[in-house]
Design a protein around this ligand. Structure first.
Ligand SMILES: NC(=O)c1ccc[n+]([C@@H]2O[C@H](COP(=O)([O-])OP(=O)(O)OC[C@H]3O[C@@H](n4cnc5c(N)ncnc54)[C@H](OP(=O)(O)O)[C@@H]3O)[C@@H](O)[C@H]2O)c1
Length: 300
């Protein structure tokens, strides 16, 4: 039995807690800045934390073996420091996106991920970065917000990313050399399942890569058209023009638009693309394919 602390109470944290409580004997606590009566009513233990209070954080983490973080920035670095001080054995930082090696191509603002990894290396703590590409939930009815995921991304509402499945429109970024960009994707449920399975591994590699599907952006549109039986109205937008639109959104202080354009640029620039996946050699999990997931969530 392992003592686990999940930092944050968003949808991903809840998926992880659900797998921990239903599929394992591990004990877990959820760390949140606020009381969470809905989570407590599920029988889960929620401890209120103030990430600026190191001594209380150390006290809360005493006896914890593994921290799974869904929080970012200064709060996460404070959590890593406190965890190192009380000898927490393993730390999974809040990543769950594209590979860190492609971060330098990203147009998104840094949420402190690189700092967190540097700190984990500095403290010599065992860690693993979960790389899973984009969540399928970006294409769900109600978007990621319907699962309480992605508030920090500012593209969590339905239809804000690549494809709007209600209006059946798609915005497909392309590179000036005409290369078709690829994207890796996984359902957040499968990510949570894999995260929980990884707790039992004797050793963690510094990165665990998984995806349910790897498709080109036009291939993604093709899947939606096949599954829905409808043709999408497609507009192709170059990464260069997205960069200009991003600049305009920044000048007018439109944060949501900035985020949308940055996410589209990242898709076009291949920031979520990787072709090797070491998850299946580590744990026995076959992630759901995008097509099956899409059919189920939209009842097509
Ligand atoms: N691959 C994808 O497509 C994708 C999409 C979305 C997210 N993600 C990943 O999923 C993880 C969660 O991201 P998210 O956007 O869903 O969550 P988020 O909105 O950034 O928040 C995560 C948690 O952080 C805590 N938090 C928020 N603001 C904070 C602050 N100022 N100080 C301290 N704590 C704060 C909150 O916990 P409490 O309120 O309980 O304290 C919240 O539950 C991240 O690792 C992200 O990279 C991946």
């Amino acid at each position: 039995m392992v003592n686990v602390a999940i930092a944050g109470s968003n949808g991903l944290a809840q998926f992880i807690a659900n797998f921990l409580s239903t599929k394992t004997c591990h004990q877990f606590i959820i760390l949140s800045r606020f009381p969470k009566p809905t989570l407590v009513s599920k029988g889960w233990q929620v401890l209120e934390v103030d990430y600026a209070n190191n001594s209380k954080l150390r006290y809360t983490l005493t006896g914890v073996d593994v921290v799974i973080s869904t929080i970012s920035g200064q709060a996460e670095t404070a959590l890593i420091t406190a965890a190192a001080q009380v000898n927490v054995r393993r730390f999974m930082p809040s990543e769950f996106e594209g590979p860190p090696s492609l971060r330098s191509f990203s147009s998104l603002p840094d949420r402190g991920n690189s700092t967190s990894i540097s700190l984990l290396q500095q403290y010599g703590m065992e860690y693993t970065v979960f790389t899973c590409g984009v969540f399928y939930e970006r294409f769900a009815p109600g978007g990621m917000a319907a699962f309480q995921i992605g508030q920090g991304t500012r593209i969590d509402r339905e239809g804000e990313y690549l494809i709007n499945l209600r209006s059946m429109t798609a915005e497909i970024p392309y590179l000036s050399d005409g290369r078709n960009s690829f994207i890796c994707m996984t359902s957040a449920q499968d990510v949570a399942r894999a995260v929980v399975a990884a707790i039992d591994l004797p050793r963690w590699p510094t990165e665990i890569r998984m995806f349910g599907d790897r498709v080109s952006l036009t291939g993604l549109v093709g899947i939606v058209e096949r599954v829905s039986g409808q043709e999408l109205k497609k507009s192709f937008v170059s990464v260069e023009s997205l960069r200009q639109l991003y600049g305009q959104a920044k000048a007018s202080n439109n944060v949501r638009q900035q985020s949308r354009f940055a996410h589209l640029m990242d898709a076009g620039n291949g920031c979520y693309d990787f072709d090797t996946c070491n998850l299946t050699s580590l744990v026995n999990i076959q992630p759901q394919r995008f097509q099956e997931w899409l059919r189920l969530v939209w009842s097509w």
